[in-house]
Write a protein of this length. Structure first.
Length: 65
């Protein structure tokens, strides 16, 4: 019974930890300098193509949307 109680506690603690790690990772990735669309297409890609990819990747929206 002690083992089940311990496993239940560990599972309950796991959920907030995973959420916190996800939020921190997302924040770090969004705050890094550089443009993912520009990196993917290269420095010589036309601006219209880069803007189209930004729209497809939802990079032109604020973080809270």
């Amino acid at each position: 019974m002690k083992l089940l109680k311990h496993l239940g506690y560990r599972l309950l603690v796991l959920v907030p930890q995973l959420l916190a790690i996800s939020f921190v990772t997302f924040g770090i990735v969004r705050l890094l300098p550089g443009d993912p669309a520009r990196l993917q297409l290269g420095p010589l890609a036309p601006e219209a193509t880069v803007e189209k990819l930004r729209g497809e990747l939802l990079l032109n929206r604020p973080i809270w949307e």
